[in-house]
Design a protein around this ligand. Structure first.
Ligand code: PTJ
Length: 243
């Protein structure tokens, strides 16, 4: 039992959840390493949503709402940390949700589908096909889901699939605490924020975008500017770390 007044309460709760979901076969063992990398970068952001991340989150909401067909692609780490938040974002944005895994097994797909459903997500299911131009199993997706989408939100992604989805002409939004990752640099829009802060912020923005704001956000989207801003925030934090 983690005491509520522990200074690292939120982080310890997230760790506990990721570890439990790894034992239950929802999170891949490799997902534990990915989580640790995320934690390190979050430290450099003081574990807070920056101004540039908040702008990216509003832009993501605009893109999801303007899409012909938006799909949220969920992996093991995202399901473990943010199942309820994904359900709320689905309600706010009308996006479809599909499970897509790097370390794919049918058993993990089923477990993640079940966890998401228990939290109120309507998960697309069907027969996956090799549609994304990749040599590994991330090529597998649903023709009527990611296959048909024009906008795909891929939190905690690996760079390969992000690039392949872009090659297919899709707009890709990612949530990745590492602004240097291939995913962040290849995405149409990278949100450098922790997934449990980012997903609710996108959902809140879906409900609060004002008339004309969505068009403006989409027209002025500049991913390189957003990544530079995130790196600047981290550099500032390091420069003043011991003051
Ligand atoms: O469930 P699977 O089989 O699809 O596998 C999922 C993982 C995460 C193992 C797989 O996609 C993977 O290997 O991802 P990478 O290449 O390690 O990339 C994950 C990125 O997410 C890294 O850049 C991390 O910094 C970042 N990250 C980790 N935890 C969080 C995060 N970003 C936001 N919020 C987090 N909680």
């Amino acid at each position: 039992m983690i005491p509520k007044d522990h200074p690292r309460y939120r982080s310890l709760v997230a760790r506990e959840r990721i570890a439990r979901c790894a034992r239950e076969g929802i999170v891949a063992p490799e997902g534990l390493a990915a989580h640790g990398r995320g934690e390190a970068f979050d430290y450099l952001l003081s574990e807070k949503t920056t101004e540039s991340a908040a702008l990216a989150e509003r832009t993501a909401a605009a893109m999801l709402l303007a899409a012909r067909h938006a799909v949220i692609s969920v992996n093991g780490n995202t399901a473990a940390l943010a199942a309820a938040e994904i359900a709320a974002l689905q309600r706010a944005s009308g996006a479809d949700v599909e499970v897509n895994l790097f370390h794919r097994t049918e058993e993990r797909i089923e477990r993640i589908n079940r966890l998401l459903t228990e939290h109120g997500v309507r998960v697309l299911t069907g027969t996956p096909e090799r549609i994304v131009p990749l040599s590994h199993d991330r090529a597998l997706c649903l023709r009527e889901g990611i296959g048909d989408a024009d906008v795909v939100l891929v939190p905690l992604e690996d760079g390969d699939r992000c690039a392949a989805l872009r090659e297919m002409g899709k707009a890709v939004i990612t949530v990745d605490l590492n602004p240097l990752s291939r995913t962040a640099r290849t995405a149409t829009l990278a949100i450098v924020d922790e997934v449990t802060r980012a997903i609710p912020a996108i959902a809140a923005a879906c409900a609060s975008l004002e008339a004309g704001e969505a068009e403006h956000l989409i027209a002025s989207l500049d991913n390189t500017y957003l990544l530079r801003a995130a790196i600047d925030e981290m550099r500032e934090r390091l420069a003043h770390a011991l003051e």
